[in-house]
Design a protein around this ligand. Structure first.
Ligand SMILES: Nc1ncnc2c1ncn2[C@@H]1O[C@H](COP(=O)(O)OP(=O)(O)OP(=O)(O)O)[C@@H](O)[C@H]1O
Ligand SMILES: O=P(O)(O)OC[C@H]1O[C@H](OP(=O)(O)OP(=O)(O)O)[C@H](O)[C@@H]1O
Ligand SMILES: O=C(O)c1cccnc1
Length: 488
């Protein structure tokens, strides 16, 4: 079944309630009301000290193709009680909004806006689902990949997860996100073609089974390929797999590039050391040992501690499915909306759970670093009208435990949210994937190691400016005193 006549058009990839709300705004004469929504997540994924932002490229594609086709309108007409006037509005709908966002590869933290959408109420509402879907998944995978990179050192990391990913587009966009987070190549050929990712591949057990023994399989492979990595664990790694690999490598000599062997089961610390000895004694000290089988940052870290002689890591299921945390949990909250007098009114979502109280007002995130070493002091979430670069000293305090505070003087402040779309026009010059990867690598340097350790990292400060904090407290008080906003 074809998904849509225009595969890039994901306009109906939205929740029914978004279109229902659009209809209400339209019918109530509020379709031109201006609004600001912000995306943020509440908890750091995997207990990591930072997250790696990804998804902007797909988000831009999505917005560039946002329009209701005739078939979409017919479908909506058949599904609901929308008026013809509203359907006609959808037919002529174009995205004229403004998007500010972190860039792919940027480090982002909990409780700060990572994407901001400004536009009419209906257009902001329509894109919520797809935006969250894209950013939630890709940021999660890029972060998982960064954790795996953090224990792998400089070893090559290959992404093998397509067969285990949650369907096709997760495999494709997921492997791109894993590349941004720190992987070097993917086994997915379509991802290579579509995104320009380096691809890489060895062979499966089925090849060995098809030939009935290691030697015949490796020999056949060597006669049909120049670059060879032999999978040695189908029958017996040490007694049969590695000896057969060595025999074929010797027989083929310069006719092949014997890159090494792959182990996919058993005790990989023990086996890799034994295999290393066999390769070295067999005259192939440069042959590499590849390992795969349910690897993640914990097993790789453990194998490193056991001094396993593994050179290249193939990681599938656990990176592509973000195995230990299936969702990032980023949300999309209205922070400001125009009233019937044309004034922007800040809005808040109250909850008994302090973490769930949203921070009202259109904001910018300022990354504060020390002048002397460019190391980060924390993020300063300020109202859009504020500019900490005008300040000589900056008072930073924890938004809940306000007694935790510091005043810093010799600082640089860089805005995290950059202009992507302005009034519907793409104004962002999209970097290449290799530039994104390089950026992701570089920005990690600004974090102190305490925020980067895999287990129990320090909590990175994400502070509110005094004005943003006062604004939040005032709105909470107003609501507690029964003065809810009446925008009509
Ligand atoms: N020395 C080791 N230290 C820590 N973890 C290891 C070590 N050796 C292997 N592992 C991991 O232990 C797990 C073993 O999984 P599993 O029981 O599925 O493998 P297996 O029995 O060797 O092979 P098979 O996939 O054929 O069942 C894998 O996640 C593997 O990466
Ligand atoms: O374990 P993962 O991290 O998900 O990595 C991908 C796995 O996919 C392959 O196994 P599979 O059993 O699917 O095929 P095979 O016959 O090649 O072993 C490969 O050998 C890895 O074990
Ligand atoms: O190339 C490989 O070795 C590979 C590819 C996909 C899954 N497992 C292994």
């Amino acid at each position: 079944m074809a998904l849509a006549d225009d595969a890039d058009n994901l306009t109906l990839h939205t929740d029914d309630y978004e279109i229902n709300m659009m209809a209400t705004y339209f019918e109530k004469g509020m379709a031109d009301r201006h609004a600001v929504f912000e995306v943020y997540f509440r908890k750091m994924p995997f207990g990591n000290g930072y997250a790696v932002f990804a998804g902007l490229d797909h988000l831009i594609d999505y917005l560039n193709n946002l329009r209701f086709t005739d078939a979409d309108i017919d479908y909506l007409r058949a599904q609901s009680d929308y008026s013809e006037a509203f359907l006609d509005y959808l037919k002529h709908f174009q995205f004229h909004g403004t998007i500010r966002s972190a860039q792919e590869g940027d480090l982002v933290f909990n409780n700060e806006p990572i994407v901001q959408v400004e536009g009419t109420l209906p257009e902001c509402q329509l894109i919520e689902t797809a935006l969250l879907n894209i950013v939630n998944y890709q940021t999660l995978i890029a972060t998982k990949a960064a954790r795996i990179r953090s224990v792998a050192g400089d070893d090559p990391l290959l992404e093998f997860g397509s067969r285990r990913a949650q369907e096709v587009s997760a495999a494709l966009w997921g492997t791109r996100a894993a590349y941004i987070g720190g992987f070097d190549a993917t086994s997915n050929v379509l991802a290579g073609q579509q995104f320009g990712l380096p691809i890489s591949g060895t062979h499966a057990h089925s090849l060995v089974e098809s030939f009935g023994n290691d030697y015949d399989a490796f020999k056949a492979y060597a006669e049909t390929h120049r670059d060879c990595v032999f999978l040695v664990d189908t029958f017996d790694t040490l007694k049969s797999g590695v000896p057969a690999a060595l025999k074929v490598a010797r027989e083929m000599g310069d006719r092949i590039n014997f890159q090494g062997v792959r182990i996919d089961s058993g005790d990989m610390a023990y086996l890799s050391k034994k295999v290393r000895d066999l390769l070295d004694q067999g005259g192939f000290p440069d042959a590499k040992i590849y390992a795969s089988n349910d690897l993640d940052e914990n097993t790789i870290s453990s194998l490193k501690m056991q001094h396993a002689k593994i050179d290249v890591w193939g990681v599938g299921t656990k990176v592509i499915t973000a195995f230990d945390q299936p969702a990032l949990g980023a949300v999309y909250k209205l922070v400001s909306v125009e009233n019937d007098q044309g004034q922007m009114i800040d809005t808040i979502k109250i909850s008994n759970n302090a973490e769930k109280v949203s921070t009202p007002g259109k904001k910018q995130v300022w990354r504060i670093t020390e002048q002397k070493d460019s190391k980060s002091e924390g993020d300063y979430v300020a109202l859009a009208a504020e500019d900490p670069r005008d300040e000589v000293e900056l008072y930073m305090f924890h938004p809940q435990y306000t007694y935790i505070n510091k005043t810093i003087t010799d600082f640089k402040a860089e805005p995290l949210l950059k202009d992507i779309f302005k009034d519907g026009q793409l104004v962002y010059e999209q970097p290449s994937l290799s530039e994104i990867k390089q950026h992701a690598n570089q920005v990690k340097d600004m974090l102190w190691p305490e925020y980067k350790r895999m287990l129990n990292p320090q909590e990175y400060p994400v502070d509110l400016s005094q004005a943003a904090w006062d604004n939040k407290m005032n709105l909470i008080k107003q609501i507690q005193h029964g003065h809810e906003n009446h925008l009509q």
